[in-house]
Design a protein around this ligand. Structure first.
Ligand SMILES: C[S@@+](CC[C@H](N)C(=O)[O-])C[C@H]1O[C@@H](n2cnc3c(N)ncnc32)[C@H](O)[C@@H]1O
Length: 184
C-alpha cells in the first residue's frame, strides 16, 4: 500500500497515520517531514545503504527516509509502546526497507551502518552522551552522521563537518584513514 506524496506534504498530513496521542507528540518529539527528507537524502547516497536512527520513537524519520530514498532504515527505540505503535503503522502501510527494533541504541554495534541519525535523544543524561561519543568511533571512514538539535556531546575530530544549518541540522563525515594520519 505504501504512503503517497500527499502524506509527505505537511507534518499534519503525515502525522495522521499515527493514533491521536502519538500525533500530538509530533511537534516536540518527532522530526518534521521537511527535515527528515533532507537528513535522509544527506545520509543515503545510494541503493543498499543502511541508516541507523538512534532513538527512533515511532519511526517517523525512518519511514520518511524509506519512502524518499533507496536506503534501508533501522530505528532503535527503548520505549516498547512507541515501537509497537510504530511497527503497526509500518505493517499497515506495508512500508519496505524500514525496521523498528526495541532496545538500547547505545548497546548495539554501529560499525555496519553507512549513516547515523541522532535527534537529541538523551536529554541531559551525561552517561548516554559520553557513550554516544564513544560509539561514533565505530563507524567506518566515509560514513556520515546527521544530528538534529545535536545530542548533547561532541562529534570526535576523526569527523569533518560538511554542513551546518544553525544549531539544528549538522552533517559530518568520518575522514579517510590516510587523512586522519595527516591530521586533515
Ligand atoms: C526526540 S525523540 C526522536 C525520535 C525520532 N528519531 C524522530 O526523529 O522522529 C528521541 C527518542 O529517543 C529515545 N531514546 C533515548 N535514549 C535511547 C536509547 N539509549 N536507546 C534507544 N532509544 C532511546 C527516546 O525514548 C525518544 O523516543
Amino acid at each position: 500500500m505504501g504512503l503517497g506524496d500527499e502524506h509527505l506534504r505537511t507534518d499534519e498530513a503525515f502525522d495522521c497515520i499515527y493514533p491521536p496521542p502519538i500525533e500530538r507528540l509530533s511537534r516536540p518529539q518527532w522530526t518534521p517531514v521537511t527535515v527528515a527528507k533532507r537528513a535522509a537524502a544527506l545520509l543515503a547516497s545510494g541503493v543498499g545503504q543502511s541508516i541507523l536512527d538512534v532513538g527512533a520513537g515511532v519511526g517517523k524519520f525512518c519511514v520518511v527516509g524509506a519512502v524518499t530514498t533507496e536506503a534501508r532504515f533501522v530505528g532503535v527505540e527503548k520505549r516498547d509502546y512507541l515501537v509497537n505503535v510504530g511497527q503497526a503503522v509500518i505493517d499497515r502501510h506495508q512500508i519496505e526497507r524500514v525496521e523498528l527494533v526495541r532496545g538500547d541504541a547505545l548497546s548495539i554495534d554501529w560499525s555496519g551502518f553507512d549513516g547515523i541519525y541522532i535527534f537529541n535523544p538523551f536529554g541531559g543524561d551525561e552517561r548516554s552522551i559520553r557513550r554516544a561519543e564513544e560509539k561514533l568511533w565505530e563507524l567506518r571512514p566515509g560514513a556520515r552522521v546527521v544530528t538534529y538539535h545535536g545530542f548533547g556531546g561532541l562529534v570526535p575530530d576523526v569527523y569533518r563537518r560538511l554542513a551546518s544549518d544553525g544549531d539544528r541540522v549538522e552533517v559530518w563525515q568520518r575522514r579517510p584513514a590516510r587523512a586522519m594520519r595527516l591530521g586533515r
